[in-house]
Design a protein around this ligand. Structure first.
Ligand code: CU
Length: 222
């Protein structure tokens, strides 16, 4: 075989092999992707989302990973961060926050932003800025300018949750806020607290995994 032919053959093998590898990667990614959770529609252009954050899942492959969970309109907690909401709507969010504080790298994020009235409610009380050291996670949708710091529970509080999904009988803070969606599309959302214990700078593992501290907001035309 001539060197030229061999070169062409090798190039073809690489292209096909690369294609197969990319296909496999996409297939595995899709398979690993958690199921979408629909927000409850509670009015004309008004929806409601319920989330919880847990210090550790408590079971399964990544038992020690910190995570978000989402609740279906049928009140079932799902281990997912793929959230479906209607376009051009108000979304009322309730987060049950079961994890303790880690603290923010950037104190600016202690201010709830991109939310209606510039305010969040912590256990029913309005909060316009949170001491950055008290943040356990944030709920942030960078493209929509939404960033909400979630105050952690006291580490000494009795009844800590260690197996998700957590229940209201366990120590938690309840945070509520409202944001407005724009047009249909996929918007990335994530936590910005370096909350991944045991990973470099707290930013590995769950902090870079959809279904844990990263998610997608699927905005759909209604
Ligand atoms: Cu987090």
């Amino acid at each position: 075989m001539s060197a030229r032919r061999l070169g062409a053959l090798l190039a073809a093998v690489l292209v096909v092999g690369g294609g197969v590898a990319i296909g496999l990667y996409v297939a595995l990614f899709l398979e690993a992707s958690p199921p979408p959770v629909q927000a409850a529609v509670i009015g004309r252009r008004v929806a409601a989302l319920e989330l919880q954050t847990v210090a550790e899942v408590g079971h399964g492959e990544n038992s020690f990973w910190v995570s978000y969970y989402a609740r279906t309109p049928g009140h079932k907690w799902v281990h997912s961060t793929i959230l479906r909401v209607p376009a051009y709507s108000l979304v009322h969010v309730t987060v049950y926050q079961y994890d303790s504080a880690t603290g923010l790298r950037n104190p600016l994020w202690g201010q709830p932003r991109g939310v209606v009235g510039g305010v969040m409610y912590v256990n029913g009380k309005p909060v316009k800025v949170l001491n950055p050291e008290l943040a356990s996670h944030t709920f942030a949708i960078p493209e929509l300018g939404v960033s909400v710091p979630l105050p952690g529970v006291d580490e000494e509080a009795p009844n800590q949750c260690s197996n998700a999904p957590c229940t209201l009988a366990e120590a938690h803070n309840t945070i509520t806020f409202t944001f407005r969606t724009r047009g249909p599309g996929k918007y990335r959302w994530q936590c910005f607290v370096p909350c991944a214990a045991g990973f470099i700078f707290g930013f590995g593992g769950p902090m870079q995994s959809i279904g844990y501290m990263d998610g997608e907001l699927e905005v759909q035309s209604s």
